[in-house]
Design a protein around this ligand. Structure first.
Ligand SMILES: Nc1ncnc2c1ncn2[C@@H]1O[C@H](COP(=O)(O)OP(=O)(O)O)[C@@H](O)[C@H]1O
Ligand SMILES: [Mg+2]
Length: 255
């Protein structure tokens, strides 16, 4: 793989939803999306609400299948061929998510009863090959957990999350606090492909600034980024370029 090869190559992706509550009616959402994203680039998806931006991000994260088209991801594993995320097995997708894909979703989904700092630290522990191989002893686990929590604490402080809530489960946090936990989880570990769905929607100006700096640092470190940025100021600060999703083909008229 050389530096010219895009990290992500989306080729003519089409997708519809089936609306089961409306007698199986088809709702076409992605109408032939193509785009390439290289290391160090941030591509902003633009378009009206309901155009399919979040749906595309979920396809890129391997959460949704597609009707047709390819989503080629060039892994950093030496010698590996690009993997089509649209065809990948759940195991392949989960392995990539542990080390190479990160996603900041619009809404935080966390396990109940786990404190915010551990919700984020878990991301670091999951990416540690020795811990995941089962060969680490208790002392190694303890050291890794302590180091991960310290790293997350630094990030939480940077995101101005009050220390009093770091150990509390995020379910009862305010929207802006949950969003910052989500951002910390997405950024705590360098990702080859970083997906951002309106990461600053609930943040005040000071925290928006922090997130802009974090996105700039991820670009400089070589992450490929695809994002949706509702806030124009944020978009202008971080986007290398903007991509509009193709509109629906007009119905063919028979005259
Ligand atoms: N899981 C789903 N099932 C059915 N329809 C969905 C689902 N997710 C999104 N949609 C519909 O697909 C369209 C695109 O949604 P979305 O991707 O969230 O748009 P955007 O992020 O551009 O605002 C909308 O009409 C939405 O209602
Ligand atoms: Mg959306």
């Amino acid at each position: 793989m050389n530096s010219i090869t895009p990290v992500l190559s989306v080729q003519d992706v089409r997708k519809h939803f089936t609306l089961h509550l409306r007698s199986g009616q088809a709702l076409p959402v992605l109408h032939g999306v193509s785009l390439d994203v290289r290391a160090g680039e941030c591509v902003a998806l633009v378009g009206a609400s309901g155009q399919g931006k979040s749906t595309l991000i979920k396809c890129l994260y391997g959460s949704y299948g597609v009707d047709s088209g390819r989503i080629l991801f060039a892994s950093e594993q030496p010698g590996s061929e690009p993997l089509d995320l649209a065809q990948a097995s759940p195991q392949q997708v989960l392995a990539l998510r542990r080390r190479e894909l990160a996603y900041v979703s619009q809404f935080l989904r966390a396990l109940p009863r786990v404190g915010a700092i551990d919700v984020v630290a878990e991301r670091l522990l999951q990416a540690d090959p020795e811990l995941q191989s089962g060969s680490a002893d208790e002392a190694r686990w303890h050291a890794a957990q302590t180091a991960a929590r310290a790293q997350v604490a630094e990030l939480f402080a940077r995101l101005n999350l009050p220390e009093a809530i770091w150990d509390l489960p995020p379910a009862t946090f305010s929207g802006g606090e949950q969003q910052r936990v989500n951002i910390a989880r997405g950024f705590v570990q360098p990702a080859r492909l970083l997906l951002l769905d309106e990461p600053t929607a609930s943040l005040d100006a000071m925290n928006r600034r922090v997130v802009i700096d974090m996105i700039a640092a991820a670009k400089a470190a070589g992450s490929a980024i695809v994002g949706i940025f509702h806030d124009e100021e944020v978009r202008e600060a971080v986007a290398s370029r903007c991509v509009s999703l193709p509109a629906a083909q007009p119905e063919r008229s028979f005259v």
